[in-house]
Design a protein around this ligand. Structure first.
Ligand SMILES: [Cu+2]
Length: 324
């Protein structure tokens, strides 16, 4: 066997691939971005970060040794004149090896299953958050291509900007008057879909005052990329002050105004001192055909049906019922 000169490409390819992988990991940090999902600012985001970290570590327990062994075995047992590794072409069974590669994955999958089930039930979006303060309700509707936020308790509405009190749970009720979108404030918690004819509930909380980034995380056409909004988490006093300011300095959102707003197009940040009563329920029920949600054939939560039924009954004031 001749010793062949080592081909340059055999070295270049792995080196380039390794550098590309490292660059992809480091690049967002250098580009001034942050790993927002891994830097949560509220209890839901923190739980989701923990689940990601735990799952990654458990998977790494299998993946890392497998990757290392793949390289070691290829290197150690390659065909080479002075190779000292045992050559056993008839080898076929090792009880010790079988025990390792069955037991370890079974234990890890078992732990992963228990952890995932616990977190999944814990992170059910419509599950209220334990807190001494009562949640504030904000109704959200995705439009082509802007976000409308309605504050039923305060009577105001905003477009493409969201103010919330910090250290207090927020109950988001969500729907769409446009193609399905996805409401996402990464630092507070994972996304939830907004769908026409369906009311979803999502509890989130910002532990600290601050400005967080929100976006539409589902492609919905031409100006989808502009469906971004800032989330300003402030103290209770500043929130009340802001509400009073909006009430004083803005115009009302009328039914005609809403129709114009819902037309496809982009929008700047906007504030409204009032909005039509029951607007959210009207948006939801607009897509209900024969008393049935467009989603009735699949996965409509009892809560969503409840919200629709409430709207149909035009007695949509009982917030407590829908929180269960
Ligand atoms: Cu659906």
């Amino acid at each position: 066997m001749n010793k062949k000169p080592r081909s340059l490409t055999r070295i270049i390819i792995p080196v380039v691939l390794t550098l590309v992988t490292i660059a992809l990991i480091v690049w967002p940090m250098l580009a001034g971005g942050q790993y927002v999902v891994l830097d949560p600012k509220g209890p839901i985001g923190a739980s989701q970060r923990d689940l990601i970290v735990i799952s990654t570590i458990l998977c790494a327990v299998i993946i890392v040794p497998v990757l290392i062994l793949s390289a070691v075995i290829v290197w150690r047992y390659r065909d080479k004149p002075d190779n000292k590794a045992a050559y056993e072409p008839n080898w076929s069974h090792s009880t010790k090896a079988e025990a390792i590669w069955w037991t370890v994955p079974i234990i890890i999958i078992g732990i992963l299953a228990i952890v995932t089930i616990r977190y999944t039930y814990d992170l059910e979006p419509s599950k209220p958050l334990a807190h001494e303060k009562a949640p504030i309700t904000i109704q959200v509707s995705s439009l082509d291509w802007k976000w409308l936020f309605m504050y039923p308790e305060q009577g105001i509405a905003t477009v493409n900007t969201l103010n919330i009190p910090a250290d207090r749970p927020v109950k988001f009720e969500l729907t769409a008057d446009s193609p399905m979108n996805s409401f996402w404030i990464p630092q507070l918690g994972g996304q939830i879909y907004t769908m026409s004819g369906m009311a979803m509930t999502l509890y989130l909380q910002a532990d600290h005052e601050g400005k967080y980034w929100g976006s539409g995380a589902n492609f919905t056409g031409e100006h989808f990329g502009e469906m971004r909004f800032d989330v300003n988490a402030t103290s209770d006093e500043d929130f009340d002050k802001w509400v009073a300011e909006v009430k004083q300095s803005s115009q009302e959102l009328t039914t005609e105004g809403y129709k114009a707003l819902a037309e496809p197009g982009t929008s700047n940040v906007a504030y409204y001192s009032a909005f039509p009563e029951g607007l959210f329920q009207n948006i939801v029920t607009k897509y209900v055909v024969d008393g049935q949600s467009a989603h009735s054939k699949h996965g409509t939560s009892s809560e969503a049906s409840g919200a629709i039924q409430n709207a149909i009954d035009t007695s949509n004031k009982d917030e407590d019922k829908s929180a269960n």
